[in-house]
Design a binder for this molecule. Structure first.
Ligand code: SF4
Length: 559
């Protein structure tokens, strides 16, 4: 697994079925397949969300990507779970099933935080609830196996991604096994799945058995054997309570500056320097970290916390090692995270031929999630905040992947020209964090070697580039597009970064806020903020002061 030279996402020779061309919508029925002249699908994606052919929805993004590689992709969206026949609707996939619960974890989608059943589902036509099973990825996987047991089964999406190791399940109040065990899937793809799913599809198309596909980054599988040099995770992180809990990762500045960390000689009592002999570390590419087993983390909260820290520490694609966790008589093996997409790859992905509307089978039904995002544009992925309560870094990674200005402006024009109901307002230019566009470590080599779980906690790292200039330039060009009246920023704001670029706050306040700006300081007190790895409230006060001042300058009363 080479960390520095991934295969370019669009460099593969297309599959022979490319001759069928681009489908207006990926088919959801046999009749639609017939219209396209297909006798079968190469890949069938099963999803708990209604199919919306828009890049904000996972099934469309992955489906269109695989289509661009020549594969015939069918979609079973919200199949009738209690009717096994519905899993036969598109026939037998030639290469694999791809199963996802949808854009949200199905339990979060179905239940409120006090475990009451929700009355609606934002990803269903007319917001109708109950169209997907609880723990949908497990239920769908089971139905796929029943329909065609011999077809390789690949699971992905946020539900599978965040449940790839033994994990605490709020709904049952217990530690559950990796979802790989419960689904008996052949492979799990986690995080940004594009590189992995394309590689899997081409290898299967070339005749490689799925049981031999074991080395792809961003994938996880179950295996019985130990073939790697194993490192006990407790050899570099001590399980147990950390006192004082100022840093959940126990990576205090003192520890980082200590001679044992920097490699410098430590002074002795008589003033002479003792040279530390460097130990040869095992090759990362052929190393695996053995985490405490499912049975151990289920029984011991300290070991659970330790395993969770290890998962976060091994999240940098530049230096992460494989992880392995015993579940009974098998191992769950997690390959290192995927290499982030480049800007040209992000552009090409978001410029695939999406219809940008729900599939016609949903008629005129309103799908709330689509209504919310149909006039918004994703400009970046990832977050380097590393907040301890948040799953974005664990899922999307902490290296920011940004689209080019040209590609983003092109999508705004697409919305203007093609999205029904557009009245001139873009509802969001954003991503996980609105103001991390094009922000990155100043040195790619340092970034690849970095082991810190956050670039902004406890303080903004000196190596982090914080220039918001490219984002300000993007805003100015976006609002100059003919036919565009207003551009709003609705994604979350990282205000400790923003105060480094007052000119961005000025743009935000004077041009991109519609009276109310939603931000989430999470707390006002230092102790809980430290536990969450969030900045102190002083940064919020400074941001508010600047926001109020620039709003007043523009004669706007905003909150
Ligand atoms: S900015 Fe700092 S914390 Fe972030 S990757 Fe670079 S060195 Fe590491």
């Amino acid at each position: 697994m080479n960390a520095t030279a991934p295969r370019a996402l669009f460099s593969y020779r297309p599959y022979w079925a490319q001759r069928y061309g681009i489908a207006p919508f990926l088919p959801t029925t046999r009749a639609e397949m017939d219209e396209l002249g297909w006798d079968s699908c190469d890949i069938i994606l099963v999803t708990g969300d209604a199919y919306i052919d828009h890049p904000s929805f996972g099934m469309a993004l992955i489906g269109r990507l695989l289509e661009s590689h020549g594969f015939r992709v069918g979609i079973l969206d919200q199949p009738a779970f209690h009717e096994p026949d519905s899993f036969h609707a598109l026939g037998r996939p030639n290469l694999f099933w791809g199963v996802t619960a949808g854009n949200m974890d199905s339990m979060v989608n179905r239940y409120t935080s006090d475990k009451k059943v929700r009355s609606d589902d934002a990803y269903s036509p007319d917001g109708k609830a109950g169209l997907r099973p609880d723990r949908a990825v497990i239920g769908y996987a089971q139905r796929c196996r029943e329909a065609h047991a011999d077809v390789p089964l690949v699971i992905g999406g946020i539900e599978a991604s965040l449940r790839r190791i033994a994990h605490y399940d709020y709904w049952s109040d217990k530690v559950r096994r990796s979802v790989l065990i419960d689904t008996r899937a052949d492979l799990l793809v986690y995080g940004n799945a594009e590189r992995a799913i394309v590689e899997i599809a081409h290898r299967l198309a070339a005749g490689t058995p799925i049981t031999e596909i074991r080395d792809i980054r961003g994938t996880s599988h179950v295996r019985p054997l130990r073939e790697f040099v194993e490192i006990d995770s407790t050899s570099f992180d001590t399980p147990g309570r950390i006192e004082p809990i100022a840093d959940p990762y126990a990576m205090s500045p003192e520890r980082e500056a200590a001679p044992c960390s920097t490699g410098e000689g430590a002074p002795t009592d008589d003033g002479t320097l003792v040279k530390l002999r460097p130990r040869k570390a095992p090759d990362r590419a052929t190393s695996v970290i053995r985490m405490p087993s499912f049975e151990q983390v289920s029984a011991d909260p300290a070991l659970y916390a330790h395993a969770s820290r290890i998962l976060h520490l091994e999240s940098n694609p530049g230096n992460a090692r494989a992880l392995v966790q015993r579940h009974g008589k098998v191992d769950v093996w997690i390959n290192p995270p995927p290499i982030p997409l480049t800007t040209p790859e992000m552009d090409a992905l978001y410029e695939l031929p999406f219809a940008r509307i729900p599939h016609p089978r949903h008629g005129g039904a309103k799908i709330p999630a689509y209504e919310m995002i149909k006039f918004s544009v994703t400009i970046l992925r990832g977050c380097f905040g590393g907040c301890s309560f948040c799953s974005i870094t664990e899922h999307e990674g902490r290296v920011i992947q940004s689209r080019s200005e040209k590609s983003i402006l092109g999508e705004i024009e697409q919305i203007r020209d093609r999205t029904p109901g557009f009245t001139g307002n873009i509802s969001d230019l954003g991503g996980p964090t609105a103001n991390m566009y094009r922000l990155a470590c100043k040195d790619r080599a340092i970034e690849a070697a970095c082991r810190k779980p956050s670039c902004v906690y406890p303080d903004i790292c000196d190596n982090l580039g914080t220039d918001h200039g490219p984002l300000v330039a993007l805003y100015k060009k976006a609002r100059a597009i003919p036919g565009v009246k207003r551009i709003f920023v609705a994604s979350g704001v990282r205000y400790d970064l923003a105060v480094r670029s007052p000119e961005w706050i000025k743009e935000l306040a004077q041009h991109h806020t519609g009276g109310y700006l939603k931000i989430a300081p999470e707390h006002t007190e230092d102790s809980p903020l430290k536990h969450m790895m969030k900045p102190g409230i002083g940064a919020y006060d400074r941001f508010k002061e600047l926001f109020d001042r620039y709003s007043a300058e523009a004669g706007k009363e905003q909150y």
